[in-house]
Design a protein around this ligand. Sequence first.
Ligand code: 5GP
Length: 200
Amino acid sequence: MRTTSKGGKMFIFTAPSGAGKTTIVRHLLKTYDFLDFSVSATTREMRDHEIDGKDYYFLTPEEFRARVDNDEFIEWEEVYEDQYYGTLKSEVDRVWETGKHIVFDIEVKGATNIKDLYGDKCHAIFIKPPSLEILIERLTSRQTESDASLKKRIARVREEMTYKDSFDAILVNDLLQVALKEAEFMVETFVFGKPFDEEE
Ligand code: 5GP
């Protein structure tokens, strides 16, 4: 596998919650060592398997607000009521200083804002679930949410789907193995101009 590249580009993976973007993002980060993850800041509670500083920077609402006031974010959103998420400027600097390309896993409004800021440096991919019913089923079965949180997430999905045509590409996540291959194709093409298997 080709692993060298001089970095400086961005990939945004965005989707309604539950469309499988985290699975796709994790796969790409494992596959290509020229990619690194943009760790977001959030005020939501840490889940059991999560690590502070790796999955998110977990901040109190006060800490988050202080950083907003200090103009430390590229973008931030109140994704769910009283749950804030945002991309720190220092995170983009951190990854680019290592010479890698950045991978974002963020919701649609933040994705639109980053795409507007970085333009052609940035490839923004909308991951589309095969259907709304399947999405709701996936969200329900992963059991990471309380009932109230699940309801909030489902309510948001319809609105998020309306953004699908605002991005550079749409990736349908029906069969995961196919979606992973398509995601690899998109990464290789944006980084190197063509996928590896077309190289002479
Ligand atoms: P979760 O709580 O499931 O980890 O994430 C909830 C939603 O917030 C997901 O759609 C996730 O991609 C999004 N998100 C994570 N980090 C950021 C961020 O830095 N900015 C924005 N706008 N959304 C984010």
